[in-house]
Design a protein around this ligand. Structure first.
Ligand SMILES: Cc1cc2nc3c(=O)[nH]c(=O)nc-3n(C[C@H](O)[C@H](O)[C@H](O)COP(=O)(O)O)c2cc1C
Length: 209
């Protein structure tokens, strides 16, 4: 996978990956038989990150680790949300930028927005928790799309804030959507979250395939 690229379709059909947002991933009208109707969209920042009270450099962001684990288990398209102005590799610089963005209700531009959610009825939205909510770029992403009648399933990685205010924030930025039970995993523990992921997928009606 190239950095910043969508990690591709997550069914067991590697011969025909279909990144979300590609022309073939968009539908108009009736979905083709066998078409995927679940999208997993996530944002994650590799680099210097929080780690058990200290800092550590990570090559793959914690949320991406969790996103891959979920994507390995269900039939879905996957879209990695990328910032047009990439976030710094440094932790403190990212904290400062995030404070500015939250305080100003900013909508940081998405480098790779999706044209529509037409072909999806369930959208998993994954992100880290930044200052007790999803990064503002998640709001940029959600506000640009029509979620009415769809189900949003949040998941987060975090240090201690769990889901933070994600359910409330997605309820506001995804009008008309049903917000399903979210999953929160400590960033340091993403690779050990298999059992929690399985149980959560069952509870939200997305059993592992
Ligand atoms: C700017 C910034 C703000 C953060 N704020 C919080 C917070 O309020 N609560 C919390 O539990 N963790 C917070 N964290 C920790 C991250 O949520 C956690 O390390 C997460 O797993 C990072 O995911 P990622 O590697 O996918 O970006 C923050 C991290 C950053 C970089």
């Amino acid at each position: 996978m190239t950095a910043g690229a969508a990690i591709g379709a997550c069914s067991a059909s590697p011969a025909s990956p279909r990144p979300a947002g590609s022309e073939s991933a968009e539908r108009s009208g009736t979905p083709a038989p066998g078409a995927r109707t679940v999208l997993l969209a996530y944002f994650s920042r590799p680099g210097e990150n929080y780690y058990n009270g200290g800092r550590r450099n990570i090559e793959v962001g914690n949320t991406e680790v969790l996103a891959r684990m979920i994507a390995d288990r269900i039939d879905c398209d996957v879209h990695r949300i990328q910032a047009a102005d990439p976030y710094p590799a440094g932790y403190d610089a990212t904290v400062r930028r995030n404070v500015r963005e939250q305080d100003s209700e900013a909508r940081p531009a998405v480098a790779n927005p999706l044209a529509s959610l037409d072909r999806y009825d369930t959208i998993l939205l994954g992100s880290p928790i930044w200052n007790v909510r999803a990064p503002m770029i998640m709001t940029t992403f959600t506000e640009a799309l029509g979620f009415r009648g769809r189900t949003v399933v949040p998941f987060t990685t975090h240090a201690m804030s769990g889901l933070g205010t994600t359910a409330r924030d997605y309820a506001a930025s995804c009008p008309g959507a049903t917000i399903a039970e979210g999953l929160a995993v400590r960033g340091e523990e993403g690779r050990d979250a298999g059992a929690a992921v399985d149980a959560w997928l069952r509870r939200v009606g997305l059993p592992a395939s």
